[in-house]
Design a protein around this ligand. Structure first.
Ligand code: FDA
Length: 402
């Protein structure tokens, strides 16, 4: 490709970039979509265990972490979960609903990639892929405001959308490119951290739990934020499972505010009154671990009692001790030693500071023509299809205005 002129160049052909390019192309804009990866939209392909949890029926602002909590409202209301479901239905992709309103393809995540590619074709979007960007500069030209130097030639664009995502899963193409561009144009970036990520535990806790790797049970997990009642999974390095992934984002977020690391709280007996239950069994002669095994995996119940020094028959505890044990079971506090990092994180917390962007258009307030879309921004959804919905909604907003 030689030098070419476009109304819009979108860098990053993932979920947000394809939605943005298709939207702008279908408005009649001449669009180029560029990506450095050899394979299209790998993150969509591996998402949702290969079935892509593409949205959620309960999309609302409280399912997103963002320094600027109202930022997401406008885009989410202009392109809703219903809008994406309509698109999925128009393309004949069959889907099903799982717990908590999560929607998944019946067959394969590839159907979502094919759908987005077809939408791009409808908008006559042109592709540059794989192409690496060497430099992005603003020109003094009124129309060709940006010049993008790449391994496939130089492209001139009136508007530029950065949709290069976050840092999770570097081996399939994640890069800090979007943050570098933001910094180049004087737009603040909130330090990125891995989120929706398994947590690691310190040696003293891990030595007792690691032998139980693979055990899974329902808990209510929280960290100075909402509580998530879902499965927790013990791993060789600490804890994972949906409830832990959800709490991990809040564990990472609170660390921005404080120097100390808050504990993650696990209610090990969700849905029951632990004190009432223990008191009802206060006269039992069996080990407390055996009683707990009625509600928790047996080996975990024994490890927990060893860790806490509760290795006695139930009736050997004073009532005050049982009340204390009940309080611990309802709020077992663990301070993780860290996370398993971007290699295992589903998303990135932090990113381009939304205070510098228009919530209606995704355009940088002080850089006319420069837009951001998707996960590259400081917007992090809960587990459950929210991150894709943000990619669709923000990509659509940018595509409507870029
Ligand atoms: P995305 O990462 O999709 O795309 C960014 C694109 O930019 C990539 O194609 C990349 O190659 C390209 N790029 C990066 N740097 C570049 C550079 N320097 N030059 C050119 N191109 C560059 N969410 C959800 O809602 N439901 C789900 O089921 C799942 N499941 C899931 C599983 C796993 C394993 C992961 C890692 C993540 C999920 N997610 C998810 C999260 C979801 O995948 C994620 O939030 C969206 O893909 C974000 O969309 P973006 O378009 O912003 O980035």
């Amino acid at each position: 490709m030689a030098d070419q002129r476009f109304d819009l160049v979108v860098i990053g052909a993932g979920a947000a970039g394809m939605m943005c390019a298709a939207t702008a192309g279908q408005r009649g804009r001449r669009v180029l979509l560029l990506d450095h990866a050899p394979k299209l939209a790998e993150k969509i392909r591996i998402s949702g265990g290969g079935r892509c949890n593409f949205t959620n029926r309960r999309v609302a602002a409280e399912h997103f972490l963002c320094r600027n909590p109202h930022f997401v409202r406008s885009a989410l209301s202009r392109y809703t979960a219903r809008d994406f479901i309509d698109l999925v239905e128009r393309h004949g992709v069959s889907y099903h609903e799982r717990d908590w309103g999560q929607l998944f393809c019946d067959d394969s995540a590839q159907q979502i990639i094919d759908l987005l590619r077809a939408e791009c074709e409808d908008g006559a979007v042109q592709w540059a892929m794989p192409a690496s960007v060497q430099a992005v500069e603003r020109t003094s030209d009124e129309h060709d405001r940006f010049v993008i130097a790449t391994t496939m030639g130089r492209f001139y664009a009136h508007s530029l959308v950065i949709a290069t995502g976050g840092l999770s899963i570097p081996k399939i193409g994640a890069s800090p490119f979007g943050y570098r561009i933001a910094e180049q144009f004087g737009i603040p970036v909130i330090a990125p951290r891995p989120a929706l990520v398994p947590l690691t535990l310190p040696p003293e806790t891990l030595s007792l739990l690691a032998p139980l790797a693979g055990a899974s049970f329902e808990v209510e997990a929280s960290c100075r934020g909402p509580a998530f009642r879902e499965a927790a999974l013990i791993t060789h390095r600490g804890l994972s499972g949906p409830s832990i992934l959800q709490a991990s984002s809040y564990w990472q977020a609170q660390a921005y505010e404080k120097d100390d690391w808050a504990p993650v709280s696990l209610n090990l007996l969700p849905g029951i009154d632990a004190e009432e239950w223990l008191m009802a069994h206060a006269s039992e002669r069996g080990l407390l671990a055996n009683l707990l095994s009625e509600r928790l995996p047996r080996r975990f119940a024994h490890a927990l009692c060893a860790l806490q020094g509760w290795e006695k028959p139930v009736n050997a505890f004073r009532h005050a001790d049982l009340r204390q044990i009940a309080a611990t079971l309802a709020d077992w506090q663990l301070v993780p030693s860290g996370t398993q990092g971007y290699a295992k994180a589903e998303v990135t917390l932090g990113g381009v500071d939304t205070n510098a962007l228009s919530s209606k258009t995704m355009e940088a307030r002080k850089q006319p023509g420069l837009f951001f879309a998707g996960e590259v921004m400081d917007v992090t959804g809960h587990l459950g299809g929210y991150n894709f919905q943000w990619a669709w909604s923000s990509g659509y907003a940018a595509g409507q205005h870029a």
